[in-house]
Design a protein around this ligand. Structure first.
Ligand SMILES: *Cc1c(COP(=O)(O)O)cnc(C)c1O
Ligand SMILES: [Zn+2]
Length: 416
């Protein structure tokens, strides 16, 4: 049996049983999973976690599930020291949490593995979602694994890599002519009408808990320590708030010593409703119409935006919004310094990190973790024009040497 015991309204504090519901019947506030922390404190130890599987399921006691996990291997991704990127930015203790290497190449496998497990427990037969792209891939894959029907809604203008990366698993893939916010509104209406498990709508409280595992892993991988500063990409704001919740829980349970990590939110300037509100020192988010290459983060009306703002302010973090040009530069910088090819969301994080470092808002000695949440092969459109084309030759030594000489000449004139 799990240690989760109720759903609680984040606004009025009313409690509900652990059912497939997501808003408070009294005040329409969002619901969050609560746990028996006293019981957990007695039961859980570092050792118990360390001997668990090398997936998110090593933290199973901290997740709201009873049944057999729907598991395709999400989580326990590398936390890599990033000395070359750190040197470029003047940071001595920089780490990359590389969530590109999940089974469907984004952090969404963490949340969907939990949501799919819960959907099966609730006896749903169809797993569904409103997606900006990565969620679609992960829902389609986990539904295949679980033997559930998959019904996936995406904005019609998505990158090819994300369409193929969903279609391959055989879901019903619905492309909606509109923005993500249109897709999400439509799906909220469908969730009222049909008996489907929309992972990020009616199963959302359970889904969201999956993101806590990023916080747990980073602390465990740092030798059971909370880092000084986290740079996290923000779409709906759920991931951002749950990384922080995960770290707080470890401290409550006595598994790490409490210290407040600065939580900084990274968005694309073309869709930055959370950062814009933060800059106005307001909690009142003004919805935006997204216009950015960072499509995985293009949520103009973020469901957890208000709670993300609370976390930024509570922890002394920052909000940063970067241009599409900076995003492309960020993707290239991470690839060229650390050998990690991230999608646009990773470019947003690296560009934001660079901005904070340049402005002196991160000190050289801080332990900084940059969360790289999705892989670059899915968003090739964003960078293809910014990259050098291959050198084309005949299969002869003469042709090769001529091409190299020409390349040398081109390089030296471009340097002059
Ligand atoms: C969905 C997503 C995010 C942000 O998720 P939210 O929880 O909605 O803020 C970040 N990075 C990538 C690559 C994503 O796909
Ligand atoms: Zn309420």
């Amino acid at each position: 049996m799990s240690f989760a015991n109720t759903l609680r309204c984040r606004e009025c504090g009313r409690h509900y049983p652990l059912e497939p519901m997501y808003v408070c019947e009294f005040c329409f506030g969002p619901l969050e999973v609560m746990y028996d922390y006293e019981g957990l404190r007695k039961h859980l130890s570092r050792r118990r976690i360390e001997t668990g599987p090398l997936t998110i399921w090593r933290y199973r006691d901290l997740l709201p599930v009873d049944g057999e996990p729907v598991d395709i291997g999400a989580g326990f991704t590398p936390l890599l020291p990033a000395p070359r990127l750190g040197k470029a930015l003047g940071l001595k203790r920089l780490y990359i949490k590389n969530d590109c290497v999940n089974p469907t190449w984004s952090f969404k496998d963490r949340v969907v593995s939990v949501a799919a497990t819960k959907a099966r427990e609730f006896s749903f037969r169809t797993l569904a979602c409103a997606s900006t792209g990565n969620l679609a891939n992960s829902v389609a894959a986990h539904a295949a694994r679980a033997g559930l029907e998959a019904l996936v809604f995406i904005p019609a203008d998505l990158e090819q890599g994300k369409i193929v990366g969903s279609a391959i698993y055989g879901p019903t893939l619905v492309a909606v002519q509109g923005s993500y916010d249109d897709v999400n509104r439509l799906c909220s209406e469908l969730a009222e009408r049909y008996p489907w498990a929309f992972v990020n709508i009616n199963i959302r409280p359970y889904y969201a808990e999956g993101s806590k595992t990023l916080g747990y892993e980073v602390c465990e991988q740092l030798g059971w320590r909370i880092p000084d500063h986290c740079i996290v990409p923000v779409a709906s704001g759920s991931l951002f708030t749950k990384i922080y919740k995960g770290m707080k829980e470890l401290a409550w349970l006595g598994l790490v010593e409490w210290r407040r990590p600065r939580m900084s939110a990274a968005q694309a300037l073309g869709c930055s409703p959370v950062v814009e509100a933060w800059e106005r020192r307001s909690y009142d988010i003004r919805p935006q119409r997204p216009n950015t290459i960072a499509k995985s983060l293009a949520i103009g009306n973020p469901a957890d935006g208000y709670y993300a703002l609370r976390v930024i302010n509570e922890t002394g973090g920052y909000g940063v919004a970067v241009t599409d040009e900076e995003i492309i530069e960020g993707i290239k910088l991470l690839a060229e310094t650390e050998g990690i090819f991230s999608e646009t969301a990773g470019g947003v994080v690296v560009a934001s990190l660079k901005r904070l470092a340049t402005q002196g808002l991160i000190s050289r000695e801080e332990t900084v973790v940059a969360f790289i949440t999705g892989a670059g092969l899915k968003t090739q459109e964003a960078v293809v024009e910014a990259l050098a084309a291959p050198v084309l030759i005949e299969p002869t030594i003469a042709s090769f040497e001529e091409a190299m000489a020409q390349r040398q000449k081109a390089l030296s004139t471009s340097r002059r």
